[in-house]
Design a binder for this molecule. Structure first.
Ligand SMILES: NC(=O)C1=CN([C@@H]2O[C@H](COP(=O)(O)OP(=O)(O)OC[C@H]3O[C@@H](n4cnc5c(N)ncnc54)[C@H](OP(=O)(O)O)[C@@H]3O)[C@@H](O)[C@H]2O)C=CC1
Ligand SMILES: Nc1nc2c(ncn2[C@@H]2O[C@H](COP(=O)(O)O)[C@@H](O)[C@H]2O)c(=O)[nH]1
Ligand SMILES: [K+]
Length: 347
């Protein structure tokens, strides 16, 4: 046994210090970023926010709506190839360029992934996502997908430390997905005691990835636009959101009525609800590592995503960053013991 004494931080442990700025208006801030990816050589530009590959968040409808804001959707892995076929046939190239195709790591996943990708050349992003990205099996799978799809942009995860970021990039990932346990409907830390405070994970993993010419996605734990700004400020190239985009018309969650109010089901992909739906229940040897919640129905995702983007634009003006790309360089975090004033309830 060993204890690491370095303090690791989450979003709630810091605020961003304001700095002098020459910007006159938040409208001057450009949230679009352009990346050229290490292995695939592909160039992409857009707003680097991604709807999380959960079946009560990242539906086809979500992808179509978010693409209008230049935002990405990691469409969840439970659509059939036929459903993908129909979606691809009805969407523009621009929408498809804002879509990631999610995949697990089984042989069946590999075949399905290739079938989906063959539907359109405009599908360029692959999101290989398993709970425990430290598995050697993931590294082998990334190598296999890289070999089969040399010009696709591959994201793989989830991990939280620089050593594993490097290993995945060397194996063929362009982007590494970072986050173990921070999610809004995640119970991994409770069930297993494993995890890593998300802001420190982002800072350390971004450093490792950028050193090799790769990118990272800060995945999970953002509960407000300020957290999204902190994730970008810490060095995340992309930020993935589950709960913040759940509960909308486009989210795909089941709508139920509770005390006369319209509510939407939102659950972790490792929850009992998800396993009942997709795997015929929780296997005997494992425990659910996610929960199920009911959220008030929030209407269309348009106003929510605009609100998030407005918040991050404002962050940029507070620190004098004319574009999102400059935000990390201009970010100084201060450690704090208090965040917002909640006297009249939480925002
Ligand atoms: N970022 C995070 O903190 C987490 C995210 N999730 C999300 O939920 C989805 C579904 O998760 P889940 O069904 O748990 O697993 P995955 O779909 O990620 O499982 C992938 C494979 O890894 C094996 N595995 C070995 N050890 C573990 C472990 N400790 N946790 C999970 N799988 C393990 C599984 O086999 P076997 O089942 O036989 O062990 C399975 O074959 C993930 O793809 C991810 O999107 C889930 C948990 C944590
Ligand atoms: N431990 C678990 N993590 C999960 C589960 N389902 C999803 N996730 C992770 O959460 C993020 C989204 O986080 P949020 O804070 O923005 O809601 C998602 O991308 C996954 O990495 C789960 O069942 N267990
Ligand atoms: K995810």
């Amino acid at each position: 046994m060993r204890i690491e004494q370095d303090l690791k931080l989450g979003f709630k442990d810091v605020l961003i210090r304001p700095k002098r700025s020459t910007l006159k208006s938040r409208s001057q801030v450009d949230l679009n970023r352009q990346f050229t990816f290490k292995h695939s050589g592909k160039t992409w530009s857009g707003v680097p926010i991604i709807a999380a590959n959960m079946d009560s968040v990242a539906s086809f409808e979500m992808a179509a709506s978010l693409a209008e804001h230049n935002v990405m959707t990691a469409v969840h892995k439970h659509y059939s190839v036929e459903q993908w076929g129909e979606f691809v046939a009805n969407q523009t190239a621009d929408v498809l360029q804002h879509v990631m195709v999610s995949s697990g790591t089984s042989d069946a996943d590999f075949i399905k992934l290739s079938e989906i990708l063959s539907l359109s050349e405009d599908l360029t992003f692959i999101c290989i996502d398993i709970a425990n990205g430290y598995s050697e099996h993931l590294v082998d799978y990334v190598r296999k997908v890289r070999q089969a799809h040399p010009i696709k942009v591959i994201s793989a995860g989830n991990v939280v430390t620089g050593d594993m970021v490097e290993e995945l990039i060397i194996a063929g990932a362009d982007i590494v997905k970072v986050g173990i346990g921070p999610g809004s409907v995640c119970t991994t830390r409770v069930k297993t005691g494993v995890g890593y405070p998300q802001l420190s994970a982002i800072i350390e993993c971004a450093d490792a990835a950028h050193g090799l010419g790769g990118q990272i996605i800060g995945d999970g734990g953002c509960s407000c636009a300020g957290d999204v700004a902190k994730a970008f400020g810490g060095g995340a190239d992309f930020v993935m959101l589950g709960g913040m985009l759940a509960g909308h018309e486009e989210s795909g969650g089941e709508v139920v009525e509770q005390d006369g109010k319209k509510m939407v089901k939102f659950y972790g992909m490792s929850s009992q609800s998800a396993m009942d739906k997709h795997s015929g229940g929780v296997a005997k040897y494992r425990a659910a590592e996610g929960k199920t919640v009911l959220l008030p129905f929030r209407g269309s995702v348009d106003s929510t995503i605009s609100d998030i983007m407005g918040g991050v634009r404002s962050t940029c003006t507070y620190v004098g960053a004319a574009s999102l790309k400059e935000l990390t360089k201009r970010t100084t975090f201060i450690r704090v013991q208090e965040q917002e004033n909640n006297i009249y309830g939480k925002e």
